[in-house]
Design a protein around this ligand. Structure first.
Ligand code: URA
Length: 239
């Protein structure tokens, strides 16, 4: 890979800036100054330093976003802002897309990546990855409604939803519900609650597998996460 391409792919700088940095002598390859950016490097073997700091190689990017309302979980759209539009310049990279969808009015944990294989694995129903949502309902959920959703349902159009796990933030307010599901069907949570006669007024995703939304991230903010964190998505269950 060319040095300038490598540096921009690792979000160190743009390809143009890489040329300037190389000229100024702050980039080294295996300890030797690199004056030009068209040099080919092996990202897996060569040690690249910028200003004395080693650039650790990330083949793929994994970004955690706290999705706000009013933004589409898509890469591009002509009419509405997308989650990709919200990324700060330093996290932008070609090929990024949201791994899975949250509705326009849903908030919370969204993973943005350029790793198609990972996204496929995370979204495949057979992976059984839990997604935990907090739903604010128009009316309290009855025991009967809870029980129905915990046994799995079939809608009148034949769509089946697997059993969910339901709990409450506070037993005294049963319109504030925590629901765990393992599928990602279109409008799944809203359609599940509609089945038991409840409207979802607000929906927020808190967790995917063992990966929890960072409470420090405000709506619309995002941050890079490590491969270790991303793997925690597939790590067992959680309390
Ligand atoms: N279920 C829904 O109904 N909407 C979402 O955005 C996610 C899950």
């Amino acid at each position: 890979m060319r040095l300038d391409k490598f540096l921009s792919s690792q979000n160190i700088c743009s390809r143009k800036e890489a040329v300037k940095l190389a000229k100024s002598g702050v980039i080294t390859i295996n300890g030797k100054p690199a004056a030009k950016c068209d040099i080919k490097i092996d990202p897996e073997r060569d040690i690249i330093e910028v200003g004395g700091e080693t650039v650790s190689y990330r083949k793929n990017l994994y970004i955690m976003m706290n999705k706000p309302k009013g933004v589409l979980s898509a890469s591009t759209d002509r009419n509405a802002p997308t989650v990709i539009d919200l990324l700060p310049d330093e996290l932008r990279r070609r090929g990024l897309f949201p791994a899975g969808r949250l509705d326009k009015d849903t908030t919370g944990l969204l993973i943005i990546t350029d790793d198609g294989e990972f996204a496929h694995k995370m979204l495949a129903p057979k992976s059984g990855v839990f997604k935990l949502y907090r739903a604010k309902l128009d009316l309290p959920l009855t025991d009967e409604g809870k029980n129905t959703l915990e046994h799995g349902i079939t809608l009148s159009d034949g769509t089946k939803f697997r059993p969910a796990v339901i709990s409450f933030e506070d037993e005294n307010d049963r319109s504030d519900v925590l629901i765990r599901i393992t599928e990602g069907k279109f409008h799944e949570v809203k359609r599940m609650f509609a089945f038991v006669g409840r409207d979802v007024l607000e929906l927020h995703r808190k967790r995917i597998g063992a990966l929890e939304l960072d409470k420090e991230l405000a709506f619309g903010e995002s941050k890079l996460i490590s491969e270790k964190e991303i793997k925690s998505i597939f790590c067992g269950q959680y309390s």
